[in-house]
Write a protein that binds this ligand. Structure first.
Ligand code: NBP
Length: 475
């Protein structure tokens, strides 16, 4: 019989997604540019269900029932365009082409517009959870025509992670909305990991071994910080290098790499004018860690404290670091979700932020207990920022002393905490009665006659600073 869904690209993600589909009773057409990969898939995974292998694109397309539902899982960028070009001549009106790769949302907008003109649906979907998620239930963030979701949604929902029986998959909005949400997911992931790394660094500076910090993370994972990343942090910190007998983390090169989704998030934040400062700090912290030339030049040359936290009460510090981690994480979510809201307005997507938080509760890399609370708060409606949600206000009030102490103690000891301190600076910025931005406006008016507003009456004003003249009302 005909397949009801197809997968193009059978590297680790595509192959696992195809297996997940087959395990859920779908008949899955599979195709890969290099046929050997298709054969290897068919040979290894017949146990998972029914696959229909194809050697050519024509064969693949004709093995699918209509409207065809084709999920592309190839290298993002040129690979995706190449596959689309090959598929197009063989498709019929109403067919649905899904890109499950990590595409730039701007590329998705371009591809969606192109396929829409041809009477086809193009769905750019974020898929998070890595290879394990693809196989056992990822979080899925599809964007595209609402109409196409009726034909595609049930299939995606069947293979998505489930939390409280609800699938971690929902229609995000038109054209690039799904890939935008996935991009911000990854940006928040950068921030989450940076905070975790800083927590580990501060506890290390207090004299704790990697194994001791692993115990702390394991304990944290049973409470308010319960999350996938905290769970695997314990796993990574616990691992001993068989060669040297040292903690593996102590022999791993301390230069963090990146593939680009964090950078995209920050670029988009700059364009939208949304301060995603915690995400930016995290991207920059990775770049700084990898700048060998500058680090080599500065080590042993720049003076400062030696990172020793001295005589601290360890159990109190552990609690404070937990508070710093929770509070900073909330700020990163607030910033990322605000970016999604702003993009939704800019591009006319009408994304429901509560739904975004809901489908991030399971399957994805940033899944965390905290997301249920965040989703509930957005669902209640009317939030200018997550930070003013009632339960968050209370949570921040409780934890900020510990958060401030961690930033203070770390800074005094010369332990860099760009994530924690950037999050705290944002928190203090938005809650301030008055900001020194007034001085910036004064300076701008002084050197560039850029004008300023006044707190006591409406209008635009300029002071002729160098001429010593009186203030002029410009409008
Ligand atoms: P890769 O990103 O490593 O891509 C390999 C696949 O792309 C192979 O099937 C390869 O075919 C195919 N391909 C390439 Br490369 N160029 C092609 C072209 N011009 N025409 C047709 N096929 C082409 O695979 P992956 O790691 O499985 O990731 C797939 C997608 O999922 C990516 O967009 C990735 O960003 C995204 N993603 C990955 C993860 C993860 O954890 N790895 C998580 C979430 C999303 P070949 O066999 O003939 O070379």
């Amino acid at each position: 019989g005909l397949a009801n869904v197809g997968v193009v690209g059978l590297a680790v993600m595509g192959s696992n997604l195809a297996r997940n589909l087959a395990r859920h009773g779908h008949t899955v057409a599979v195709f890969n540019r290099t046929h050997a990969r298709t054969l290897a898939h068919l040979e290894s995974y017949a146990v998972d269900g029914t696959f229909v292998g194809a050697e050519t694109v024509e064969e693949f397309v004709s093995s699918l029932e209509r409207p065809r539902r084709i999920i592309i899982m190839v290298q993002a960028g040129a690979g995706t365009d190449a596959v689309i070009d090959e598929l197009l001549p063989h498709l019929d009106e109403g067919d649905i082409v899904v890109d499950g790769g990590n595409a730039q949302f701007t590329d998705t907008r371009r591809r969606e517009a192109r396929l829409r003109e041809l009477g086809l649906h193009f769905v750019g979907t974020g898929i998070s959870g890595g290879e394990v998620g693809a196989l056992n239930g990822p979080s899925i963030m599809p964007g595209g025509s609402r109409e196409s979701y009726a034909a595609l949604g049930p299939i995606l929902e069947s293979i998505a992670a489930k939390v409280d029986g609800e699938p971690c998959c929902a229609w995000m909005g038109p054209d690039g909305a799904g890939h935008f949400v996935k991009m911000v997911h990854n940006g928040i992931e950068y921030a989450d990991m940076q905070f975790i790394a800083e927590a580990y660094d501060v506890l290390s500076a207090a004299g704790m071994s990697a194994a001791e910090v692993a115990d702390v993370f394991r304990e944290w994972n049973t409470g308010e910080l319960d999350s996938f990343l905290v769970e695997i942090t314990a796993e990574v910190l616990d691992r001993v290098d068989p060669e040297t007998g040292r903690a593996l983390v102590d022999v791993i090169t301390d230069a963090a790499e990146q593939k680009g989704t964090g950078r995209w998030t920050v670029q988009s934040g700059l364009e939208l004018g949304v301060p995603v400062s915690t995400i930016a700090e995290s991207v920059f912290a990775r770049a700084a860690s990898g700048d060998v030339a500058i680090r080599d030049a500065a080590q042993g040359v720049l003076s400062g404290p030696d990172r020793a936290l001295g005589d601290v009460d360890r159990s109190a510090l552990v609690d404070q670091v937990r508070e710093a981690l929770w509070a900073s994480k909330v700020v990163a979510y607030a910033q990322g979700l605000e970016q999604i809201r702003a993009a939704s307005e800019e591009y006319g997507w009408d994304v429901d932020v509560a739904t975004v938080a809901r489908i991030w509760r399971g399957g994805c890399i940033i899944r965390a207990r905290l997301l249920s609370q965040i989703s509930d708060e957005y669902a209640a409606g009317g939030l200018a920022t997550l930070l003013v949600a009632p339960s968050i206000v209370a949570g921040m009030a409780e934890r900020q002393d510990g958060w401030r102490r961690v930033v203070g103690v770390a800074t005094s000891a010369g332990v860099p905490v760009p994530g924690f301190s950037s999050a705290l600076a944002y928190y203090d910025t938005v809650r301030a009665d008055r900001l020194p931005a007034a001085l910036i406006q004064g300076l701008r008016d002084n050197f560039g006659a850029h004008t300023y507003g006044r707190v006591d009456r409406p209008g635009t004003f300029h002071t002729p600073w160098s001429q010593g003249g009186a203030e002029i009302q410009m409008s």
